[in-house]
Write a protein that binds this ligand. Structure first.
Ligand SMILES: Cc1cc2nc3c(=O)[nH]c(=O)nc-3n(C[C@H](O)[C@H](O)[C@H](O)COP(=O)(O)O)c2cc1C
Length: 210
């Protein structure tokens, strides 16, 4: 199976979740592409922020996503930090570039999941995850969530992300609180589920759903 993990991340948390999802998919035997989307923040803004530059440097090995990656993938995990309860402009811009794939129906019947990171516990994780699904339905993706069968999301001992709508983390007001062990375990579990679901849906040379 071919699994694409595509994300935007400014301060690194969504990128950490992306790597954990990719790891889970690989452990399930999938071929995995980890990709980031194009930055829209002006270069001079990044240059004035050593913390942002550090994250950019840590992502230098991650190629930019293309529509061909979407065509290649049997399953995709889309990740974005929350921006006012919604996805980032960077990921939205990537999705807005998929018009030709929408026209041709190339992505119809593939499987997709979504993931996010917020600063605060009630800062819009669920609204972000649910609204990220909307354009994916238009493209024909079959959405895969994170059921409570992944019981780690039930625990109350610490503050963690994860919901039936997807993987998430809570980074604190300075965005420096990294995804927790629970967040990473759920991310890895999602990667595995995505690879398994893609394997069940994909018929070589055929769309799962016309
Ligand atoms: C313009 C902007 C809007 C944001 N909106 C929200 C929000 O609605 N709720 C929230 O909890 N955090 C919000 N945040 C914080 C980020 O979602 C949070 O820092 C996240 O962990 C960043 O992910 P990253 O490290 O992958 O960039 C916002 C940040 C920015 C810059």
């Amino acid at each position: 199976m071919n699994i694409l993990v595509v994300f935007y991340s400014m301060t690194g948390n969504t990128a950490t979740l992306a790597r954990a999802i990719a790891k889970g998919a690989r452990e399930q035997g999938a071929a995995v592409r980890l990709r980031q989307v194009r930055e829209l923040m002006p270069e001079e803004v990044i240059q004035k922020r050593p913390d942002l530059q550090k994250v950019k440097d840590s992502l230098k090995d991650v190629p930019l996503a293309t529509n061909d990656d979407l065509v290649w993938a049997d399953g995709v995990a889309f990740g974005s930090p929350t921006r006012y309860g919604n996805m980032s402009a960077q990921l939205k811009q990537f999705l807005d570039g998929t018009g030709s794939l929408w026209m041709s129906g190339t992505l119809v019947g593939k499987v997709a999941s979504v993931f996010t990171s917020t600063s605060t516990q009630h800062g819009g994780q669920e609204s972000t995850l649910l609204s990220m699904m909307v354009p994916l339905f238009h493209l024909g993706y079959i959405m895969l969530g994170l059921p409570y069968a992944e019981q780690a999301q039930m625990t109350m001992e610490d503050i963690h992300g994860g919901s039936p709508y997807g993987v998430s983390s809570i980074s604190g007001v300075d965005s420096k609180r990294a995804p927790t062990e629970v967040d990473l375990a759920l991310a890895s579990a999602l990667g595995k589920r995505l690879a398994l679901a893609a394997a069940r849906l994909a018929v070589p040379g055929q769309r799962a759903v016309a």
